[in-house]
Write a protein that binds this ligand. Structure first.
Ligand code: BGC
Length: 391
């Protein structure tokens, strides 16, 4: 009964906080911007994440929280293993959940929606009590996840929002609009430091359009860059400033490199390119390689993931910045939620909610951190593996 009342209170608060619908890329982007404006508590809560954890566990909001046995099966469904963060997640989920005594199934879907649907179906058949999902396509898992919920399985989104479905209990992720803002701020900072007086010539890249993070990263970045485009400080020489024009299908580095090759031959035969907004590290390295091949001086390029190779490039001055979103923190947060469910305490409380097109979803948000050569030692002070790369 108490739980029911809390659910109603929470639902009312959710409706008051965000009232948005729709899930196309543009709507997603608007939604991201609106969520940010509507819920300034989001960033605060990310910053005070440590402090709220205990209260949150006490103030469980889930109804019907029955708990389950410690040796239960937990399914982890990852979109692919094409970037370092997902490879780390594969290893860390196994290690951390097995250390807690769970039986763990981890699978990756090679960017294929039907493969991910089948993998999740088989996790349900195997009696998984919780399924953690980093979706290939944020909006294509609706029915299989509703099926999971109907069979009593908890569903937690990991790193990416799960859209257009009631089949999700919460999402653990780094602030995605914030990530884009950090990328664009680093780009402007780098241009100022390294490319003399403006105006500066730049190009824009986005991530995979099926990934709900990608339009959010882009929206965050454009909130910083658009005023500078408007006042003439920066010039997007190709004129390609819509997410759809800049997106990189499947986050495929080679597609980004081909687009960069075409942009350089089409628009920069007699011009220097000073900077490029890149949504992650793999794409950043593809862009830099393309510029080097074209005989351009290396432009200022942003990134994401603090992949080992890019950490080395940042240290060597070849890539200007990356954004760290430590996988171990995201996995630990997810495991903490799984333990809460296991103990019968339900989903922890959170102030951050995002409408996924069908329902307001509880978001457990961690803060991303921008990394340049200047702060790299400090940023990786607690990450011996990456610290080791700074020499
Ligand atoms: C993740 C990034 C990753 C990208 C491609 C995004 O959803 O947040 O960390 O680089 O997917 O795998």
């Amino acid at each position: 009964m108490k739980n029911k009342v809390m659910s109603i209170v929470l639902a009312t608060a959710m409706m008051a906080t965000v009232a948005m619908t729709g899930c196309g890329s543009n709507e997603r982007a608007q939604q991201a911007a609106a969520t940010k404006e509507a819920a300034p508590v989001a960033e605060e809560s990310a910053a005070t994440e440590e402090a709220t954890t205990e209260d949150a566990a006490e103030a469980s909001v889930a109804s019907d929280a029955a708990g389950f046995e410690k040796g239960a099966t937990i399914g982890i469904s990852l979109p692919w293993l094409g970037t370092q963060n997902w490879k780390e997640a594969e290893v860390m989920f196994k290690e951390q959940l097995e250390a807690e005594g769970y039986n763990v199934i981890v699978q990756a879907a090679d960017q294929k929606v039907p493969q991910q649907q089948q993998q999740i179906e088989s996790m349900i058949e195997n009696g998984a009590k919780v399924i953690v999902v980093g979706p290939v396509d944020g909006s294509q898992l609706g029915s299989v996840l509703e099926q999971a919920k109907a069979s009593g399985t908890y569903v937690i989104g990991y790193d990416r929002l799960i859209e257009n479905t009631t089949g999700v209990d919460g999402v653990v992720q780094f602030g995605s609009v914030k990530t884009g803002e950090l990328q664009a701020q680093a780009l402007l900072e780098g241009l100022t430091k390294e490319k003399g007086e403006g105006p500066w010539n730049i190009e824009l890249f986005g991530g995979g359009p099926a990934d709900p993070n990608a339009p959010n990263f882009f929206t965050g970045a454009m909130s910083v860059l658009q005023p500078k485009i408007d006042d003439g400080t920066i010039v997007v020489v190709s004129g390609q400033t819509d997410f759809a024009q800049c997106a990189t299908v499947d986050w495929d580095n080679s597609k980004a490199q081909s687009r960069m090759d075409s942009l350089l031959s089409g628009f920069y035969a007699d011009k220097e390119i000073h900077g490029v907004l890149s949504p992650n590290d793999g794409i950043a390295r593809a862009i830099i390689t393309s510029c080097e091949n074209a005989g351009q001086p290396i432009p200022v390029v942003s990134g994401l993931d603090a992949e080992n190779e890019s950490v080395e490039w940042v240290w060597a001055g070849r890539q200007y910045s990356t954004v760290a979103k430590p996988t171990d923190a995201l996995v630990s947060k997810t495991v903490e939620i799984i333990n809460s469910l296991q103990a019968g305490n339900g989903m922890p409380a959170t102030d951050v909610l995002t409408n996924n097109g069908k329902i307001d979803v509880a978001i457990y948000e961690l803060p991303p951190v921008v990394v340049t050569k200047e702060n790299a030692k400090e940023a990786f002070a607690n990450d011996p593996g990456r610290l080791e790369l700074l020499k």
